[in-house]
Structures are given as C-alpha cells and as structure tokens.
Design a protein around this ligand. Structure first.
Ligand code: SAM
Length: 248
C-alpha cells in the first residue's frame, strides 16, 4: 500500500511547522509540489526550504504545473469543479506513477488543510477513481488566521460569542457576525462596510520577513490599508492578506 500525507506547513513562518509534520517529513520518499506560476515562486521556495531543512533522507521532489483557472468565471461553482477535476487527474498520476508500493508521498498544504484549501476534496476524488490505493493521513498546520491573531495579540472571539470566517466576495453582502475574519479578498471588500463602529486587524504576508500589520478603526485605517496593499502587491507581484473586522 502507498502512503499519502497531507501536511499543513503553516502560512509563511517556517517555525510554525509542528513536530508531527517534521516526523512525517522524516519518512517521505516523494514530495509533490504544484507550481502556481512565476508570481508565487516565493511560496514554492518556502515549501522547498522546509523540505531542505527537515527531510534528512534521500527523497524526490515531483513538480507539476497548476491547471489554468478562469479567475472571473460566469459560473464560479462550475469553474471550480472543472479545475478540481483537472487537479485530481494530476494528483492521481503523481501518486500512481511516482510512488511504488510501500512508499510514502506528501502534499505540503499552506496553513492548514481544513481551511479554504481543496487538497482533501481533490484527494477524495482520486480515492474515488479506485485506480491507485493509498493510506491517507492528515497533519494539521497553523492557519494564517491563527498567525494573524497571534501577531496582533488578540483573541478571535469575544467571551461566549461566535466568529464567522468568510471570503472577500461574501463580505460584500454585509457583516454576518460581530467578529468576522475575511480571507481570499482580492478587492479590499472591507470598503463595503460602512458601519463607523468597526475595528480592523489586518495582516499581509503574516509570519514572513515581509509581514505588514495594521490595526485600528476601519474608517481611518481602510484607505491606508488599501494603499499599502496596492503598493505591496506591485512590489512583490502577489499578496496574501487576512483580516478580522470587529464591531465595537
Ligand atoms: C487558499 S487560502 C489558504 C488558507 C490556508 N489554508 C490557511 O490555513 O491559512 C489563501 C488565503 O489565506 C490567507 N493567507 C494565507 N497565508 C497568509 C499570510 N501569510 N498572511 C496573510 N494571509 C494569508 C489569505 O487570505 C489568502 O487569500
């Protein structure tokens, strides 16, 4: 039987990797990497640095290019389903051709595999194909949300209260709770929140050497964050940011 580990590696700080992840990396024969194109080469490099640091036995780095994805599709759900199918075909080939019986392969997942990541869904699709059998284990990682909260030195929830984690796209429909964490926001969706009594705790490239943090009243910080964000994205060619909006 082949073995496949899905390993959460944290969201940019190489020290956020867990002992469990290091132990799993210690027995891999192959690490599977999916390239995202030039702009995000820094992220691929972080994965490679983690392997170089923690894998002390001979292993293969197997790379494949991410299938092209329509970023502004008319039908979002169908576009994502198609993209997952193409990815599942790539993963299936990697597991079947690059691992022999008894070998151990790993996908390194940014942050934690349970949060806004499709790896587990895609691996389920591969298992359903029944063309290659593998034993699966999932190793949690520190999410960008936890890293953000730690850097701002805040708890995400208030006492006995819920938090809501959502995307920039959905925030545009309004704040669905008093404490809302927003991810995957390419458009500064916080601009749609008009309530004056809201604080923002924002972070970009959290945990990395390029980290930027801003916090304060949304009304005052919003325009400042938009400018910092645009400048940083132009400088790096990409940006990943997350924020908590908190009704005061
Ligand atoms: C596809 S999701 C992956 C989330 C990841 N699985 C996690 O556990 O954090 C990508 C989004 O995560 C957030 N993100 C990931 N890394 C980040 C970082 N270092 N700093 C700030 N936000 C980050 C951003 O909102 C980005 O758009």
């Amino acid at each position: 039987m082949r073995k496949l580990s899905i390993i959460g590696i944290g969201a940019g700080n190489p020290d956020h990797i867990t002992v469990q992840a290091i132990k799993a990396l210690g027995s891999v024969d192959a690490v599977f990497l999916i390239g995202k194109g030039d702009a995000k080469e820094d992220l691929a490099q972080l994965r490679k640095d983690i392997c170089a640091r923690y894998i002390t036995r001979p292993y293969r780095m197997v790379e494949a290019q991410d299938p092209e994805r329509d970023r502004a599709p008319a039908d979002y759900q169908t576009a994502v389903t198609d993209w997952h199918k193409q990815r599942a075909a790539i993963y299936e080939r990697m597991i079947r051709e690059e691992l022999s019986d008894g070998q151990h392969g790993a996908f390194l997942v940014w942050g934690d595999p349970s949060l806004y990541d499709s790896t587990l869904r895609i691996v389920d699709q591969v298992a359903a194909m029944k063309t290659v059998a593998f034993e699966l284990d999932v190793i949690p990682g520190i999410t960008s949300v936890q890293a953000l909260a730690a850097r701002h030195k805040i708890a995400l929830n208030r006492i006995g209260r819920p938090i809501h984690i959502t995307t920039g796209r959905l925030l545009a429909n309004g704040m669905s709770a008093d404490d809302v964490v927003v991810m995957l926001d390419g458009d500064c969706a916080f601009k749609t929140v008009k309530d004056a009594a809201v604080d923002i705790y924002w972070g970009a490239y959290v945990g990395t050497a390029d980290e930027i943090l801003v916090s304060g009243k949304l009304k005052e910080c919003g325009p400042k964050i938009e400018k910092i964000r645009n400048d940083a994205r132009a400088r790096h060619g990409w940006i990943m940011d997350t924020y908590l909006l908190r009704k005061t």
